[in-house]
Design a protein around this ligand. Structure first.
Ligand SMILES: *[C@@H]1O[C@H](CO)[C@@H](O)[C@H](O)[C@H]1NC(C)=O
Length: 206
C-alpha cells in the first residue's frame, strides 16, 4: 500500500519534471525565434540609418524581414524590387491620369515627359535587378558598378520628373498634379534609398 503510494507520487514527480523540461525547451525555442526576428529588424534598421529616408526605408523593408534576415545582398535586392514595383505602379497610374486628368498645355507636356523618364527609370531598375540576381564574387565589382550607374540614372530621371511638375504652376487639374507628384516623390525616395544600400553593399564587400 505504502509502496504503491510512493510509486504513484514518483511517477507524478517524473511527469512534473518532464513537463518542466518540455516547457523550458518550448520557451527557449520561442525566445530563439524572437531573437532571430529581432536581429533581422535590427539589421534592417541599422542598414537603413545611412539612407536619405531611413523611415521609408525601414517601413518598406521590414515586411520582408523574415526573407532578408541579415543578408545585405537580399536586403539590397528587395529594396530594388520594391522600388521597381512602385515605379511600375506609378507609371500605370500616370497613364490613367494622363488620359482622364484634363491636363493641357505645359501640364500635359510635363506629364508626357514624366511618363517617358519614368519608363526609362523602370528599364534601368529592371536591368539592375537582372544583374543583381547573378551577382558573383568574381564579377562583384563590375556588377555593382553597373548597378550604381543605372540606379543613379533612374534617380536623375525621377528627379527630372518631379522638377518638371514643380515648374508648371497652374490651377488646372492641380489635384492630378499633386497626386502624380506625390507618387513620383515616393519613387524617387525609394530609388535614393536603394542607391544608398547599393553603395553600402559595394563598399562593404571585402
Ligand atoms: C527580385 O525580383 C526578381 C524578379 O522577380 C527575382 O528574381 C528576385 O529573386 C527578387 N529578389 C529579391 C531579393 O527578392
Amino acid at each position: 500500500m505504502e509502496y504503491a503510494m510512493i510509486r504513484s507520487s514518483n511517477s507524478k514527480c517524473v511527469a512534473t519534471i518532464l513537463l518542466v523540461i518540455v516547457l523550458t525547451i518550448t520557451n527557449c525555442g520561442e525566445a530563439k525565434g524572437r531573437e532571430f526576428r529581432q536581429s533581422n529588424t535590427v539589421f534592417i534598421r541599422s542598414s537603413c540609418s545611412s539612407t536619405t529616408y531611413p523611415k521609408l526605408c525601414y517601413t518598406s523593408l521590414v515586411k520582408h524581414a523574415a526573407f532578408i534576415q541579415t543578408n545585405p545582398v537580399l536586403l539590397t535586392g528587395t529594396a530594388l524590387n520594391i522600388t521597381l514595383s512602385s515605379a511600375k505602379s506609378t507609371s500605370a497610374a500616370m497613364s490613367t491620369m494622363a488620359r482622364s486628368g484634363g491636363l493641357s498645355g505645359r501640364d500635359a507636356a510635363a506629364m508626357q515627359d514624366c511618363m517617358e523618364v519614368l519608363a526609362d527609370s523602370v528599364e534601368e531598375l529592371t536591368k539592375s535587378i537582372g544583374e543583381m540576381s547573378h551577382l558573383r564574387t568574381s564579377n562583384f565589382e563590375g556588377t555593382m558598378s553597373d548597378v550604381q550607374t543605372w540606379v543613379s540614372a533612374a534617380l536623375t530621371d525621377d528627379t527630372t520628373c518631379t522638377d518638371g511638375f514643380q515648374q508648371t504652376p497652374s490651377s488646372v487639374a492641380e489635384d492630378v498634379k499633386t497626386a502624380v507628384r506625390g507618387r513620383v516623390v515616393e519613387v524617387a525616395q525609394l530609388t535614393s534609398n536603394a542607391l544608398a544600400l547599393i553603395n553600402q553593399l559595394a563598399n562593404g564587400h571585402p
